[in-house]
Design a protein around this ligand. Sequence first.
Ligand SMILES: Nc1nc2c(c(=O)[nH]1)N[C@H]1C(S)=C(S)[C@@H](COP(=O)(O)O)O[C@H]1N2
Ligand SMILES: [Mo]
Length: 200
Amino acid sequence: MINDNFFGRRKNTPTRPVPPGQYLEDGFPVLSAGPTPRVDINTWDFSIEIAGETIGTWSWDSLNSLEQTDIHTDIHCVTKWSKQDTNWRGVAIDTLLADAQISPPDGYVMAYCDGGYTTNIPAKDLMDGKGILAHTYENKPLPAEHGGPVRLFIPHLYLWKSAKWIRRLRFMEKDEPGFWEGYGYHMYGDPWLEQRYNGD
Ligand SMILES: Nc1nc2c(c(=O)[nH]1)N[C@H]1C(S)=C(S)[C@@H](COP(=O)(O)O)O[C@H]1N2
Ligand SMILES: [Mo]
């Protein structure tokens, strides 16, 4: 048998376990429910809303002036591809809340995007560095088709929770379905538990 070292490491050899039902993808597929929105960085802003009140708004420059967080991780799409060892940089949601001098609220969050996409996430899944506003992928500006200039990035959940072209997070007491969740996707979306659809 010809061993892998002859060709170098085979690309589809996992570097760590892959969630059930997933296969490894070398490329980076684009999955968008609509067209890629044109986003002007000069007028772009991001805001956080709690109990109907905007507690903070950040421009592109103010986002970049905050402490930056690097994440090296695998990503998992509900359409069954996973991609290993990806590198992202952005600003942790913790950092934004601290900047606004707000202690992390309980409950749930709805993410709102340019283009109208929404998705829901438990608030605690965004804390402790688990959720970032990503603007850099593999040391380059995040490409528009992958959500640039800024996307939410929550790699421990299926990738549909990582809202591209994000503009706003709204904290809410009770969970509500976002766009795909309204069409039967799982309210939480843990890839290790294969929470693809409602009832999984
Ligand atoms: N704004 C927005 N964010 C989105 C989507 C979308 O259609 N619009 N698609 C989601 C889905 S279903 C997936 S699988 C991932 C795909 O991210 P990618 O295109 O960077 O691979 O983005 C998620 N975030
Ligand atoms: Mo998806």
